[in-house]
Write a protein that binds this ligand. Structure first.
Ligand code: SF4
Length: 240
């Protein structure tokens, strides 16, 4: 099957799994989204939100965070883990931004095309492609396809990407997904990864994408999820 047709088919099937889901990318302060996404690495939505809220409540503004002792930032974001790394990255990124623009704001990127924004923000400490995609989707309302570890896992199990890192999956898929459906597919894959195609013990026996999937352990997990795997075309010879 041609890859673009397979992606179309996956979108159709996922829409049946999640009827009524029609997420619109949202618009919020892009620097807030950048920092919230940096906090979200390797943790849950709930804890990263708590850490972000703590920063907002305990500091006057992002300048205040930039000038604060690192221990104070670490303390505010303790709930979300990797605190040494995240506090250092955020502080350093804010300093870099202040040095370059003289102020802490990303409002100037609102009029830039996507590619320019990736180029611009990749210069900052601790900011990668996934984080920038989140800024585009949740800060600027752009139709993009953020690839985190979950979207990476599903894309590779399904065989629409063949990559060993989320950044490479993003590169392979960003131009293949139809315009207007990128954020939708991202959202549905995240939901599907939580509900069915979980990291551990995926429910392959209950999966409507089974016939499209290329995960080589899907039959094993179909049995484990207590539902017979779909019939294959092999002739059973053992009683001949
Ligand atoms: S068949 Fe299994 S591995 Fe493949 S998409 Fe479905 S749940 Fe994931």
């Amino acid at each position: 099957m041609i890859l673009t047709s397979k992606i179309d088919e996956i979108i159709l099937l996922l829409k049946k799994e999640f009827p009524g889901v029609d997420p619109k990318p949202s618009k919020a302060d892009p620097l807030d989204i950048l920092i919230a996404t940096m906090l979200s690495q390797n943790t849950t939505d709930k804890t990263s939100y708590l850490a972000f809220r703590n920063l907002k409540e305990r500091f006057k503004d992002w300048d205040d965070v930039m000038n604060a002792p690192i221990a104070k930032i670490r303390n505010a974001i303790r709930v979300c883990g990797l605190t040494n790394q995240k506090s250092a990255s955020i502080k350093k990124m804010l300093k870099q931004m202040k040095e370059k623009y003289g102020k802490l704001s990303l409002n100037f990127i609102k009029k830039m095309p996507d590619e320019k924004i990736y180029e611009e923000l990749l210069q900052y400490n601790g900011v990668g492609v996934k984080t920038i995609s989140c800024v585009l989707a949740f800060g600027l309302g752009r139709d993009v396809f953020p690839v985190d570890t979950h979207v990476h896992r599903l894309s590779n199990r399904l065989g629409i990407a063949k990559a060993n890192a989320p950044e490479k999956t993003f590169e392979q898929l960003k131009d293949l997904i139809p315009a207007g459906k990128k954020f939708l597919l991202h959202t549905m894959l995240i939901r599907f990864g939580r509900k069915v195609c979980r990291s551990q013990n995926p429910l392959c026996g209950k999966c409507r994408l089974y016939d499209l999937c290329e995960f080589n352990e899907r039959e094993h997990y179909a049995v484990r999820s207590n539902i017979e795997p779909k019939e294959n075309n092999f002739i059973i010879l053992e009683h001949v």
